[in-house]
Design a protein around this ligand. Structure first.
Ligand SMILES: Nc1ncnc2c1ncn2[C@@H]1O[C@H](COP(=O)(O)OP(=O)(O)O)[C@@H](O)[C@H]1O
Ligand SMILES: O=C(OP(=O)(O)O)[C@H](O)COP(=O)(O)O
Length: 408
């Protein structure tokens, strides 16, 4: 695939033009505080280049997974405020996405200024499976560019989503690849073109069904897949164990059983935790204890117990595998690292990556936030990617709608 670049767009001239930029501002929040601004910082260079060149920039972005209607807790307010603090240009947030506020503020936008539109997922059409519905929303976004606009996709974390602000707008406007997307794709392209083995993939996090789907194509590609985070319970259930109140995708149990069956023949080894930290409730101050992975319901909390981290034996086994690898890709925290009591597995995995003599990539909004929150520095890893699901889908060899739509 070849893409029109941001530099080409700037060379064509952007002064006075409305440039629609899809950024990934999906940052972790604690109330209205941004707890990791990595994605905002990663979005700055493209916005700075465009504003320096005199563009009127309209930023589209999502935050979380609202249900197609405005919800205060998913507002881009905190992200836009942090962007405004960091940016050398003026930033305003519209009160809506394509409504009267967006239209009025866009109309009065000056050269070199940025208007962030409210969370695109406040409109159900953004994520609709229906092409016409998404198209109608894309038309309204494009209308804000006043007839002479262009589109820049710089939201690497969302390139695997066939959503209106990622995909459909690119079919309606001259479209360009942002520098962040370019850099991220280059790193992953090199990783897939020349994978040094052993190649270890570490998976965790809470987007369990998304990630279980990705594993299918990693079987036969990765030498070892370490399974932690929320998805480990579906693996334990697939092995016939009871997981009490832990995260479980019951309908995925047969899928995981199939993975486990196919893996050995394909030369991929799954390593599933042998011990788990079980808590009385989902809270920072919950009572907790470490139990064998096949004894979760036997913890003091019985059927109420929730597995919130991998146990220390599993963390040590994972660390060993990671240290023996030549390539490591990690997406998804091993546990609820936001609570200190359940951060041990994530910390151990992060430390092992920093100690491995390997090319290491950490992908995902929360995974990147985790390593920084736990005190690691970005330069201790080969690459910290802004996209978790997007990176994984790239590595499994899937076509990413947000990239293929930009192919010239
Ligand atoms: N056992 C678990 N139960 C519930 N949530 C978990 C568990 N392990 C990890 N998580 C949560 O997963 C979240 C990150 O998941 P995800 O969004 O999939 O990762 P990323 O953003 O890195 O792709 C974190 O907020 C963490 O608290
Ligand atoms: O946080 C994101 O993905 P990630 O958790 O896989 O890194 C992106 O912003 C995409 O969000 P989505 O998975 O709700 O489409």
């Amino acid at each position: 695939m070849t893409f029109h670049t941001l530099n080409e767009l700037i060379a064509e001239g952007v002064r006075g033009r409305y440039i629609l930029v899809r950024s990934d501002l999906n940052v972790p929040l604690d109330g209205s505080t941004v707890t990791d601004d990595g994605r905002i910082k990663a979005s700055l260079p493209v916005l700075t280049k465009l504003t320096d060149a005199g563009a009127r920039v309209l930023v589209t972005a999502h935050l979380g997974r609202p249900k197609g209607a405005p919800e205060d807790k998913y507002s881009l307010k905190p992200a836009a405020a942090r962007l405004a603090e960091l940016a050398p240009f003026s930033v305003t947030l519209a009160g809506d996405t394509v409504g009267s506020s967006a239209k009025e503020l866009a109309a009065s936008l000056q050269d070199g200024q940025v208007l962030v539109l409210e969370n695109v997922r406040f409109d159900a059409r953004e994520t609709s499976k229906d092409d016409a519905e998404r198209g109608a929303f894309a038309d309204e976004l494009v209308a804000l560019t006043a007839g002479n606009g262009a589109f820049v996709d710089d939201a690497f974390g969302a390139v695997h989503r066939k959503h209106a602000s990622v995909y459909d707008v690119a079919t309606r406007l001259p479209s360009y690849q942002g520098d962040l997307v370019h850099t991220e794709v280059e790193v992953l392209r090199k990783l897939t073109a020349d994978t040094q083995r052993p190649y270890v993939v570490v998976l965790g996090g809470s987007k369990v069904s998304d990630k279980l789907a990705v594993i299918d194509n990693l079987i036969g590609k990765a030498d070892t897949i370490l399974v932690g985070g929320g998805m480990l319970f579906t693996f334990l259930a697939a092995e016939g164990h009871r997981v009490a109140g832990s995260l479980l995708e019951e309908d995925q149990i047969p899928v995981v059983q199939d993975y486990l069956k196919r893996a050995a023949d394909a030369g991929t080894e799954f390593i599933v935790p042998t011990d788990v930290v079980v808590a009385s409730k989902f809270a920072a101050d919950a009572d907790h204890e470490t139990v064998p992975a096949d004894g979760i319901e036997g913890s003091s909390f019985g059927a109420q117990g929730i597995g919130l981290d991998i146990g220390p034996d599993s963390a040590a086994a994972f660390a060993d595998r990671i240290k023996g690898a030549k390539t490591v890709f990690w997406n998804g925290p091993m546990g609820v690292f936001e609570f200190e009591a359940f951060s041990g597995g994530t910390r151990a995995v992060a430390k092992a990556l920093t100690e491995a003599e390997a090319f290491t990539v950490v992908g995902g909004g929360d995974s990147a936030a985790a390593v920084r929150t736990l005190g690691f520095a970005d330069d201790q890893f080969g690459h910290i990617s802004t996209g978790g699901g997007a990176s994984l889908e790239y590595l499994e060899g899937k076509e990413l709608p947000g990239l293929s739509v930009l192919d010239r």
